[in-house]
Write a protein that binds this ligand. Structure first.
Ligand code: NDP
Length: 258
């Protein structure tokens, strides 16, 4: 295990469930010594429970700050970063994980509200967070920069499916933003890491089908999904590599996924 992240500060968006929650645990288990975790999402009660569970599992060596935050609200994001307590101010790793899907619908039936919330969260939210955190990373180490930004995209951004036009478009946008950001920062010591999961069993899986488990089961028949831990392990592995190694663009999907 690399010790690169010992004592560092990790900020995870969408940490209240699924991949974000697992990523928080994986960082805590792997780098427990003096690690600082900032967990954000809208469901503050879930974040507090996760913080308590982490403390129970790994002990007090990991400091956890839980903050209610809606990434789609740029003012809220800026205020949150501005008010971070001194000991959590220097974010070393930002995991842009918050994201959602609202329904499956072909183009004529796409609800405006669903479209707006998916873009606002998956794309604008990720950019809001990046813009708010990046200046601190750029200033670090006498201005030559330091830090990691890990963006969770999706296989849907590479392989669009019928009825998923908006969600797939948001994740293609994430991939595109990730790549241009990497190019913009190429001379800095800031790594831009894109991780695109395939099917993962989380709350997300059912939301996509408006809670219709029968429909979800039919679509996913014959495919054993990944667990959120499978993705969390890849996130933590990527962050733990020595500075000159960038796990730039990774697709992780179940062996049975077509
Ligand atoms: P979950 O629904 O379990 O987690 C999504 C997280 O995003 C929750 O913690 C939710 O917290 C948070 N979130 C949603 N909207 C906002 C918002 N406006 N502001 C802040 N947080 C928000 O699903 P997953 O763990 O599966 O999803 C995590 C990421 O992985 C997403 O970006 C998703 O698109 C991506 N992904 C998932 C796949 C899968 O098959 N599960 C496949 C490929 C990619 P809260 O509601 O408390 O705000």
């Amino acid at each position: 295990i690399s010790k690169r992240l010992k004592g560092k500060t990790i900020l995870i968006t969408g940490a209240s469930s699924g991949i974000g929650r697992s990523t928080a645990f994986e960082f805590a288990r792997t780098y427990s010594e003096n690690l600082k975790l900032i967990l954000t999402a809208r469901r503050i009660d879930s974040l507090k429970q996760i913080a308590a569970d982490i403390a129970e599992e790994v002990g007090g060596a990991v400091k956890v700050l839980s903050v209610q935050l809606d990434v789609s609200n740029a003012d809220e994001v800026r205020a949150f970063v501005g008010k971070l307590p001194t000991e959590f101010k220097e974010v070393d790793v930002l995991v842009n994980n918050a994201g959602l899907v609202k329904g499956v619908a072909k183009a004529p039936e796409i609800a405006e509200e669903d479209m707006n919330i998916m873009f606002a969260t998956n794309v604008t939210g990720l950019i809001n967070m990046t813009q708010a955190i990046l200046p601190t990373m750029l200033k670090r180490n006498n201005g030559d920069g330091a830090g990691d930004i890990i963006n969770i995209g999706s296989i849907a951004g590479r392989e669009p499916y019928v009825g998923g036009g908006i969600y797939c478009a948001t994740k293609a946008a994430v991939r595109s933003f990730t790549e241009s950001l990497r190019k913009e920062l190429i001379s800095k010591r800031i790594r831009i890491i894109g991780i695109d999961p395939g099917q993962v069993e989380t709350e997300f899986s059912l939301v996509r089908f408006y809670g219709d488990k029968k429909k979800a089961d039919a679509v996913y028949a014959g495919c054993e999904p990944l667990t959120p831990d499978d993705i969390a392990e890849v996130v933590v592995f990527a962050a733990g590599r020595r500075e000159n190694v960038v796990i730039a663009d990774t697709l992780v999907f179940p062996n049975h996924q077509a």
